[in-house]
Design a protein around this ligand. Structure first.
Ligand code: FAD
Ligand code: FES
Length: 260
């Protein structure tokens, strides 16, 4: 299904029924998808583990592998290697207010955790999603956004970079909207994913609002090859993003060599 002009979502079902039924993963884990003749690339499984009959991936066109995935038709076969990597520490978040901050395709990893939390709603305090894209067309998961906007048990703040005809929600970059809304850090955990520049300014804004590093969680995108800690392609210092990540708290990241 088309999400935006450059992003498509794919519903993937394992060809072996029994393996599909027994396939378990955690919110935030990734998989390597491969297309014959093009190679492999890394994507987050963005359906929640509470929905077990399919896996959803959202793929933004970037180069050869993603281009070939975009050309797949319903019923075509692609390789899935996963689940890989760590996941969002949702157990530690129980009882806390959760503030999601996403930009563009960075909504994919947030989606899996948000849906998981909505499926386990009583375990968490308030849930807020602040999500931005360049234009209204570039927002992913439009149907779900409309649904989430109607829910009484979460708050949705949508923003685009500048004014557009018919757009009646926020206008401004995600970090600026965050500063204006100024959510108190008390009892909260902030989870952010998006383009590196958005993450950089979001982390600065959160620090100014008084969020401690342990209260801030992000996911890292790092080119991967083996996905299982063997090839050394994805390491930052002593950490392998494919095994120790991709999910890190800001306090963990600050102990790594300067990468952000
Ligand atoms: C943990 C993780 C989760 C990811 N989740 C998703 C997802 O859910 N949806 C999605 O669309 N993409 C995701 N990506 C990015 C995706 O893996 C790359 O876009 C993809 O590998 C590009 O492959 P390609 O052959 O099409 O392009 P390539 O020809 O390999 O690259 C095209 C361009 O994209 C850049 N690029 C490639 N890989 C990365 C990367 N990992 N980080 C930053 N820039 C990169 C290259 O430098 C180049 O400029 C994720 C990456 C990681 C590491
Ligand atoms: S991708 Fe090979 S070590 Fe991480």
């Amino acid at each position: 299904m088309d999400e935006t002009p450059t992003i498509k979502s794919f519903y993937v079902v394992l060809t072996d029924d029994a393996r599909m039924k027994s396939f378990r993963f955690e919110p935030g884990q990734i998989a390597q998808l491969s297309v014959f003749g093009a190679g492999e690339a890394t994507f987050v499984i963005n359906s929640p583990p509470t929905r077990t009959d399919y896996l959803q991936f959202s793929v933004m066109k970037a180069g050869e592998v993603t281009e070939r995935i975009h050309q797949l038709k319903e019923g075509d076969v692609l390789g899935v290697r996963g689940p890989l990597g760590n996941w969002f520490p949702y157990e530690e978040m129980k009882g806390k207010d959760v503030y999601f901050i996403g930009g563009g395709i960075g909504m994919a990893p947030l989606r899996t955790l948000l849906l998981f939390m909505l499926d386990n709603r009583r375990d968490y305090g308030s849930i807020t999603l602040l999500y931005g894209a360049r234009t209204p067309v570039d927002l992913c998961y439009k149907e779900e956004l409309a649904e989430w906007g109607q829910r009484s048990d979460m708050d949705l703040i949508l923003t685009v970079d500048r004014e557009f005809p018919g757009w009646d929600k926020e206008v401004g970059l995600v970090p600026n909207v965050l500063k204006e809304r100024a959510p108190s850090p008390d009892g909260k955990v902030a989870i952010t994913c998006g383009p590196p520049i958005m993450i950089r300014y979001t982390l600065q804004a959160l620090a100014k609002l008084g969020y401690r590093d342990e209260q801030v969680i992000t996911t890292l995108e790092r080119r991967m090859k083996c996905g299982i800690g063997l090839c050394g392609r994805c390491n930052i210092g002593t950490q392998y993003v494919c095994v120790d990540g991709p999910v890190f708290s800001l306090s963990q990241l600050k102990n790594l060599p300067a990468e952000l």
